[in-house]
Design a protein around this ligand. Structure first.
Ligand code: DC
Length: 240
């Protein structure tokens, strides 16, 4: 199989990017690159170092001394420590968007993302993948989902992990993160003109994964110039 194919998946918080990207990558033998996990890991380090977000010098030093990687089996490693559990906690949800605004953090993450993706077929998911990290991606997909549905899904996920958070808090966190992520000065979340829009509100995870997997197979692997027919798909701006 050719190496170096890039699928960029961007979208709002909780819209299903991670699960879809992960499962599609597994099905197709691509490397799954979860860039949100990288921003979450650096956020954890800043919180633990008790550094104020306005203290640019300290953050610069901390970032320079940070080793971040994603292993072949998709484990997020921060200074050689597996961060999988730590980064999904509500305290990280609360601060990650504010950390992600910082240009010094973004520069480091983007350069690491390029390093990790090099020579691989990747499905890379985040907020600025199609616009900044891989503007020449072979396929760009933008996911969104109704806020109530996103909240229901996250509520279920957290409950299964035994983490107690109210529905109101989940919803407010999504709204706040989407606001910060899409209005920040550097690399804001946006749908590029060449991205395929997929509304996941009425889709099961299986349907969502199938649509994305088929799209990648048809367009990149089988080179079928597919015209998506699923009613949830549209490249028009009208849904944004
Ligand atoms: O995808 P996620 O919810 O795990 O991402 C957590 C936060 O990280 C998100 O609210 C904004 C930031 N992020 C970013 O700024 N750019 C990316 N490419 C990915 C995530």
């Amino acid at each position: 199989m050719t190496k170096g194919l890039v699928v960029a998946i961007d979208g709002t918080a909780g819209s299903g990017k991670s699960t879809t990207a992960k499962k599609a990558a597994e099905a197709l033998g691509f490397f799954y690159l979860d860039t949100g996990a990288m921003y979450r890991a650096i956020t954890w380090k800043i919180i633990n170092a008790k550094i104020d977000l306005c203290d640019t010098n300290s953050i610069k030093k901390l970032v320079a001394q940070t080793k971040i990687d994603i292993t072949k089996d998709n484990r997020i490693m921060l200074d050689n420590k597996d961060m999988a559990e730590e980064i999904r906690k509500p305290e990280i949800d609360k601060l990650v968007s504010q950390v992600s605004v910082l240009p010094i953090v973004r520069q480091k993450m983007v350069s690491e993302q390029h390093r990790i993706a090099k020579g691989r077929n990747v499905i890379c998911e985040g907020r600025d993948i199609g616009s900044v990290v891989f503007p020449n991606a072979n396929l760009k997909i933008y996911l969104d989902c109704d806020l109530e549905e996103r909240t229901t899904r996250r509520e279920k996920e957290l409950k299964e992990k035994g983490i107690k958070v109210t529905r109101k808090a989940i919803k407010e966190n999504f709204l706040e993160r989407d606001y910060i992520d899409s209005t920040r000065e550097h690399s804001p979340l946006r749908k590029t003109d060449d991205a395929v829009f997929l509304d996941t509100t009425n889709l099961t995870i299986e349907e969502e994964v199938k649509i994305v997997t088929d799209m990648i197979s048809d367009r990149l692997l089988n080179k079928i110039d597919a015209n998506p027919t699923a009613e949830n798909l549209t490249t028009a701006e009208e849904r944004l």
